[in-house]
Design a binder for this molecule. Structure first.
Ligand SMILES: Nc1ncnc2c1ncn2[C@@H]1O[C@H](COP(=O)(O)OP(=O)(O)OP(=O)(O)O)[C@@H](O)[C@H]1O
Length: 217
């Protein structure tokens, strides 16, 4: 359907404003990764709030039971554990993980669908997910061609302080996340990301992210 794949989102938006988006093409998904507590969720939410017509997140699959008001295909795709496990075997997920006894995963198809709808997809994912996406991207017939942004803390102490201040983790969870952070930071050193942004001052980090995505600089 689309012949054009945009590298420059500002140009994409200008063309989109000038014509029907169906004629314009697609923009690459933006993968935001980095250690737990570095501020990925905060930065993604800022992008979504600042540009609600441009960015979108994906709909995950889960084995968790729906809560009242949660709509199938909007909050999540709700599936049984058996179904989820067979979907893993089929290789449909970019990434999946288990939390509190429930499985959660992001399918390739949800990224493709949101992108085809004209959204710039934001994916907030862990290192393992980045590795899987890199592998997917390298396939000759891949339909997903993301840009990879790594968010780095100014130092380890700041990361630990943020995890503690957030108040969502017990001590064991904080220690596991910090240990994993060392591996995440070493992976970023290998140069696999398109952009590394230091999240020290949040406003500055957000501006760096905007500039990279919109290619203003
Ligand atoms: N530049 C910053 N300076 C100080 N605090 C920050 C900064 N950026 C984010 N925070 C705070 O740090 C905490 C962790 O941020 P956030 O939850 O966005 O991290 P995350 O990378 O999405 O973590 P996880 O992977 O665990 O979901 C939050 O309480 C957030 O408000």
């Amino acid at each position: 359907m689309f012949d054009v794949y945009y590298d420059n989102i500002l140009q994409f938006l200008l063309d989109k404003a000038a014509t029907a988006w169906e004629d314009v093409g697609q923009c690459p998904p933006i993968v935001i990764s980095g250690p737990s507590g570095v501020g990925k969720g905060t930065l993604c939410q800022r992008l979504l709030d600042a540009y609600p017509e441009i960015f979108a997140t994906t709909v995950s699959h889960t084995t968790r039971k729906p809560r009242p008001g949660e709509v199938e295909g909007s909050a999540y795709y709700f599936v049984s554990r058996d179904k989820f496990e067979s979907l893993i075997t089929e290789g449909i997920f970019i990434e999946f993980a288990e939390f509190n006894g429930n499985l959660y995963g992001t399918s390739k198809q949800t990224v493709i669908d949101q992108t085809a709808r004209g959204s710039v997809v934001l994916l907030d994912i862990e290192m393992e997910g980045v590795k899987q996406l890199k592998e997917e991207q390298s396939k000759a017939d891949s339909q997903i061609n993301p840009r990879f942004v790594f968010i780095r803390p100014p130092n380890f102490e700041a990361l630990e302080a943020r995890l503690r201040r957030r108040g969502t983790e017990d001590e064991g969870s904080i220690q596991r996340r910090l240990a994993q952070a060392t591996t995440e930071l070493a992976y970023a050193e290998t140069g696999v990301h398109d952009k590394i942004i230091i999240n020290d001052d949040l406003d500055k980090a957000f501006q760096d992210l905007e500039d990279f995505i919109l290619k203003r600089s």
